[in-house]
Design a protein around this ligand. Structure first.
Ligand SMILES: [Zn+2]
Length: 244
């Protein structure tokens, strides 16, 4: 079992932990992790670990164990690895993680501005995308959507988390916007991410910034047709080329 420290505090940049197992491929199972394991459209964290007498090993990715009970740090090849029971210090690649937190939070706001069923998504350090099923005949108005999302960012709404039981989620199915990325249930409780008082509320296990102002300006870079009613909307940081 790994304690997922990033859930309660996504701002931790380093923490001490213990190696609880070493996989045949060198994957390091840890008792606690500030590294986010890839999933839910968010990439796994990178960084390094420090151990022994000043040794440092680079971590290229983070994943869940197949049963999702443990988090595994994946080292880059050809490096010394700590043994079972070794105390390590995790150092996250914070610049990369913070960009992912900003873009991930922006994806929640995109789903507010475009209130349609989400069929997929991916968060990156420069770009994030969501796929929407639009009602027949509707189009995405890029300029008004850009204005709306940047207004939500500038208003600097608080981003907070709360927990509900699996049963409460089943009783409130409208909380789930992402049809193809079902929130993990079975653990007995599900984490909800709330923006403002009631701007957005949805189950999410990813990492987010603490208030929307931290995202900074964004713009819709591209809208692609992925089917008769499906639209892929790509969001990037910074002002749009047209308005710059
Ligand atoms: Zn989220």
């Amino acid at each position: 079992m790994t304690e997922a420290l990033y859930l309660d505090n996504p701002y931790l940049e380093l923490v001490e932990a213990t190696v609880t197992a070493v996989g045949t491929d060198g994957g390091l199972y840890v008792d606690r992790s500030i590294f986010y394991p890839q999933g839910g459209g968010q990439p796994g964290d990178c960084g390094s670990i420090e151990w022994g007498t000043g040794l440092r090993t680079n971590i290229k990715n983070t994943v869940y164990s197949p049963d999702r009970s443990s988090i595994i740090l994946i080292p880059r090849g050809d490096q010394d690895l700590p043994q079972l029971g070794q105390t390590i210090i995790q150092h996250i690649d914070w610049a990369r993680r913070h960009a992912l937190m900003r873009m991930h939070t922006a994806m929640h706001l995109l789903s507010v501005v475009l209130p349609y069923p989400v069929t997929g998504g991916q968060v990156g350090i420069e770009e994030g995308r969501l796929d929407f099923d639009l009602p027949e005949g509707e189009t995405v108005e890029r300029v008004s959507a850009n204005d709306a999302i940047n207004a939500l960012i500038r208003a600097d709404h608080a981003v907070t988390t709360e927990w509900i039981s699996d049963d409460e989620l089943v009783a409130n199915p409208t909380l789930v916007k992402t049809m193809k990325v079902k929130p993990p249930t079975g653990a007995g409780r599900v984490r909800l991410v709330r923006i403002g008082a009631d701007i957005d509320l949805q189950p999410c296990g990813g990492t987010h910034v603490k208030s929307t102002g931290e995202i900074g300006e964004v713009h819709i870079a591209k809208i692609e047709n992925k089917g008769r009613i499906n639209r892929r909307v790509r969001l990037r940081f910074g002002p749009s080329a047209e308005s710059a």
